[in-house]
Each structure stands twice: as C-alpha cells, then as structure tokens.
Write a protein of this length. Structure first.
Length: 400
C-alpha cells in the first residue's frame, strides 16, 4: 500500500486550495456578469412593457414586441440560473413546512407529468419545518420533477418522499459534512431510463445536458444545487440503475413558528390602497434605467425625484424632508452605494422607507448572503407590475 509522502501531501493540499480559489473567482465573475446583464434585461423588458401598454390588442406590432420581450425573459432566466449555480442569489428565508409546499404543488406536478405518468407524494407525519426561501425551493422541486418526467419514456411513476433525518440515520448526510444538525430530506425517485456513466460523471457540469430540446441550457441541476447549498443544504444522487434514479435534497430542520404565507408561490398580495399623493426618490446611476423607472412611476400619477448615488440622495432628502414618501435605490453605485446610503438614511431620516433593487445579489455586498428581515428588495430584471407591487406594499407598511 502506497503511503503518501510529505511532499505529495503538500502538493495535494496546494491543488485543493487552487481549485477552491478558482471556484471562488469563477463565482465572483459570474455574479459580476449577472449584475450587468440583469440591468440590460430590465431595460429591454421595461421598455417592451411600455410599448405594449400603448398598442391596441389587435395591433400587428404587438407580436414582434412580445417576441422580443419573451427572448429577453429567456435570457434573464439563464442569467438567474447562472447566478444560482454560483450560489449568489438573493434569498429571503422564512420558516415554512415542507409538507405544505409539496401539497401545494400536487396539482402542478400532475399537470407537469402529462399522460401516462403518475406522481405519488408521501408526506411526513413529523414536523417538516425549514428556514429557506420558499419560492426558490419550490423551483428546485419543479426542476427535479421535470428532469424525472423527461427521463420516463411512456408510462412511469415519480415518487416524492419526505423524511426527517439525523446524521446517524443517513451515510449520505454524514459524507456531505453539512454540520451536526437534523435535516428535512426530499427524495424524488423516477422509473425512467437511469443514467449512463458519462451522465453521472458530468452530472453538475455547466451546460451539459442529455435533453434533445433546443431550450435545454444544461443549468437546472447546477442551479438547484446552488440554491440548496446557499440555504445550508445539499443535493445528491443517492442511487441510479437501468430503471430509474433517485435525487435527494436536504435542508436544515427549523422546528419553530411558521409563517403560513411562505409555502405558496410567492405571489404578492393585492396592490390597492396606496396613498393618493406619492413622492418617490429614485437612486440609480444608470441613466437609461432611471429614465425607464421615472416613466413607469409618473404613469401612476406619482411625483419623482432622482439621484445618481447615495450622496445626491441624502442632499435631496435634506432639502425635501417630509415630501419624500419612499426611496427606490440601487445597491452598487459610485461615490456612495446603497448599503452606506441606508445606514446614513436610518440616522438622518428614519421615517422614510427604502426599497432596494439590483442585478447584483446581497452576498456580493454583505457577509450574510440574505436580506435582513423586513428589507424590501426587487431583483433586476423585473417587470413593471412586480416593481409597483413592491413599492405599494412598502407604502402600506409605512402607513400602518
């Protein structure tokens, strides 16, 4: 048996460190690219929305604009999945029951299965509460289910089983070094074709896909793993055979009080009830994007003030004082960015609520990687409806 020498061990450790450093640099690069792409997607989609509002339903130009907007949306989805794969998403964790999330997805999973394919969901009788971003975990389940159904040729079954496990109960959990804590696991077993040796070896390789569809980007599994890792969990292939595969993901169990609204699809509440006269201060260094938002808000009858960075915004707040009802601010800006601006704003004008927007994620700017409780955030690119719903929600909270 070969015993590794000190020199060989030192070389091995250097190789591991270099690989970790390389992965970190790649994640930073992806997150930086996503920031710029998301800004561009937001401008394209926003102007497309404005054009569609001006055109009649039967105007022949609508089809071209809708095609352009749909293409921008697909590009934004690829950017989002790259960001997820790099573990740089903005996550808004809240406690929810995995039982509730799977039950809420039951009908959607049946529709996704299509003819000849069945879904069986085995829920847990134990507390299945986790602390995570419910809409993103929901997307993980749907992406894994979509892969399972694609692997089934003709008739077949997808079985989704929920369980509570400790490290002692599962060798896989122990190998993944997730920490000494209890976990909620979701296992998804299909009766499909199984995986080849090549597919197993390249399972989480970017842009690798076995699907023949032109729309398959080969980022689904990588993005799902990134979301789960960023949430303190993990995704792995527990078993595979010529007749099917089992993907399992684990999230830390969080058996405390659950917010009942956090297991659905993340839809916003009704957007009525904003104050009659609203003044919004836009803080955004990109002239084109700031102009687009100004146009959207003025169409609502709102007054708009504009600043290119936090420094200018503080001067406007000092000058207008009680006139500013709400601030919509980018995070990454020259001279004074959004985080520093918020710190100063809390000291000088604590009564003014702030909503952040960015193509970057919080992890690029803070050590937490998640939004602080109560902080409103809208991720670029966003459509005008999402933006307005977020601003109205923040205005309602101010009036309470």
């Amino acid at each position: 048996m070969h015993v590794m020498t000190r020199a060989e061990e030192s070389k091995r450790r250097r190789g591991v460190r270099q690989k970790v450093d390389s992965n970190d640099r790649m994640r930073q690069m992806i997150a930086g690219m996503a920031h710029h792409y998301n800004n561009l997607h937001a401008i394209i989609q926003g102007h497309a929305d404005l054009l569609l509002e001006k055109l009649a339903e039967k105007d022949p130009a609508r089809r071209d604009i809708e095609t352009m907007r749909a293409a921008a949306g697909r590009a934004a989805l690829i950017t989002h999945r790259l960001t997820a794969a790099a573990e740089k998403l903005v996550l808004r964790p809240a406690r929810f029951r995995m039982n509730d999330l799977l039950e809420a997805l039951r009908l959607e999973l049946v529709r996704l299965a299509g003819p000849g394919k069945q879904v069986e969901i085995r829920l847990s009788a134990e507390d299945s509460s986790v602390m995570a971003d419910a809409p993103h975990i929901r997307q993980v389940v749907l992406d894994l289910a979509r892969n399972a159904f694609d692997a089934i040729d003709g008739q077949g079954m997808l079985t989704i089983e929920l369980a509570n496990l400790d490290l002692d109960d599962s060798p896989e959990l122990e190998k993944l070094t997730l920490g000494d804590k209890p976990f909620v696991t979701v296992s998804m077993t299909d009766t499909g074709q199984g995986m080849s040796d090549e597919a197993l070896e390249r399972l989480f390789e970017p842009f690798y896909t076995t699907k023949q569809s032109a729309g398959a980007a080969g980022l689904g599994l990588l993005a799902s793993r990134g979301i789960l890792r960023q949430s303190g969990g993990q995704l792995w292939l527990r078993s595979t055979s010529p007749r099917g595969s089992t993907f399992t993901f684990a999230l830390p169990r969080s058996p405390q009080e659950v917010d009942p609204d956090r297991h659905g699809d993340g839809a916003d509440e009704e957007s009525s009830g904003e104050t009659e006269s609203v003044t919004v201060l836009i803080v955004e260094d990109d002239d084109t994007h700031r102009s687009l938002i100004r146009h959207v808000l003025r169409r609502q009858g709102w007054e708009v003030l504009e600043a290119k960075n936090g420094k200018e915004a503080l001067m406007l707040c000092d000058f207008h004082r009680s006139d500013v009802d709400l601030i919509l601010s980018d995070i990454t800006m020259p001279e004074m960015g959004g985080i520093e601006f918020q710190d100063r704003l809390v000291q000088l004008h604590p009564q003014i609520p702030i909503v952040f927007m960015s193509g970057y994620t919080y992890e690029m700017l803070t050590d937490r990687g998640t939004l602080l409780p109560g902080t409103e955030f809208v991720q670029k690119p966003f459509n005008t409806g999402v933006l307005l719903d977020t601003l109205r929600r923040s205005l309602r909270q101010r009036c309470r």
